[in-house]
Design a binder for this molecule. Structure first.
Ligand SMILES: [Zn+2]
Ligand SMILES: [Zn+2]
Length: 358
């Protein structure tokens, strides 16, 4: 968890001052150690950084990464941890050097809540690739709390047309699948989405709205009709090797959202010449890629994390224009441990949002 001193470091030499308004203490759901239920605690937030924004949390999406960090699956968790990185809330205070954010404004915070703002990547507008980027839930307090903070650049204004209760999952899951489309797809492309879950169903909606011919790959036949409802033109069982083989040479872009090993070579075989398998699901087992599967057809395998602040803003604008929202289940934040259990069960359809009830 960041100390006030670390927070000051992050705002690059700027001075700090006492919270101008708002509560002295925050309430937060705290994970004291790995794999333990979260408990409600009162925290002293310390002084607000000069370039930081404070928000009163209204809703916060529950992302699979929250579960991975709770369970220290990636070995990078820091306890005590306040999870939650799909934050929607209203600004309650702004540091004196903050630009373009006002008290009362509704904003979102995603996977990152800060970056150094002066490295080559930040200066190029790729803040999400900054080596000093601050993950919202690692060494920093996330959104399963009464309040959250972020550098003002990483607080993204929410378009009026988006329903704030369901917009949270766009801030992490949504941008994670929207960014590959922006980088690698054209509206005329044939796009496959592997895994129709929390982020895969948003990928189908975005790709369909973008104009692509969309194929959903899912291991669950119970999701076939829903995938079509999200805009998929075709649905294929990811457990049907013969069905996958029939798609050989068909896709310009495959976006993999799953975190389990698949028959990767068969999937690469479904790529058209110049096609790309793009990985956003954090599968821990290495993906074997035979050289000849890439060379002959000039194919690629790539990956990406979330997206820059401007990419997130663009995604929210696109979502508002096309009325794209995740399909959600809501829990009061006081039922956070039940919500995590529901996510872990794999039964959530499709994304869980916690509503603040402090
Ligand atoms: Zn996430
Ligand atoms: Zn940077």
């Amino acid at each position: 968890m960041s100390t006030p001193a670390q927070t000051q470091d992050r705002t690059a030499g700027a001075t700090t001052r006492e919270l101008p308004a708002g509560p002295k203490n925050y309430r937060a759901w705290v994970a004291r150690s790995a794999k333990q239920p979260m408990v409600l605690e009162t925290l002293d937030p310390g002084p607000l950084g000069a370039e930081e924004v404070e928000v009163a949390v209204e809703h916060c999406g529950l992302c699979h990464s929250d579960l991975s960090v709770l369970n220290n699956e990636w070995g990078i968790s820091q306890y005590p941890a306040v999870l939650g990185h799909e934050v929607i809330g209203r600004v309650t205070a702004v540091g004196p050097n903050t630009k373009a954010r006002k008290v009362g404004q509704r904003i979102g915070i995603g996977w990152f809540s800060g970056s150094d703002m002066h490295c080559r990547q930040c200066m190029a507008g790729s803040h999400h690739l900054c080596s000093q980027a601050q993950a919202t839930i690692i060494g920093h307090r996330g959104g399963f709390a009464s309040h959250a903070r972020a550098h003002w650049v990483w607080t993204i204004p929410l378009p009026e047309k988006l329903n704030p209760a369901d917009a949270g999952p766009l801030l992490c899951g949504g941008i994670t699948v929207f960014n590959p489309l922006m980088m690698h797809a054209r509206p005329t492309d044939r796009v496959g989405v592997i895994g129709i879950g929390g982020i895969g169903h948003m990928a189908v909606k975005f790709a369909a709205a973008y104009g692509c011919d969309v194929t959903a790959f899912t291991s669950s036949e119970s999701k076939f009709d829903e995938a079509r409802g999200f805009g998929a033109n075709h649905v294929v069982s990811s457990r049907d090797p013969a069905g996958i083989k029939k798609l050989a040479g068909g896709f310009d872009l495959l976006i993999s959202t799953v975190n389990v090993p698949l028959d990767w070579d068969a999937l690469i075989g479904t790529l058209a010449p110049n096609g790309r398998l793009h990985v956003v699901g954090a599968v821990l087992e290495p993906i074997p890629v035979p050289a000849f599967s890439l060379i002959g057809q000039q194919r690629s395998v790539s990956g990406s994390p979330t997206g820059s602040p401007v990419a997130i803003e663009t995604m929210l604008d696109f979502a508002a224009r096309h009325a794209i929202a995740p399909q959600t289940e809501h829990f009061p934040m006081s039922k956070i441990n039940e919500a995590f259990a529901r996510l872990e069960s794999g039964k959530a359809r499709y994304r869980i949002v916690l509503d603040a009830d402090f």
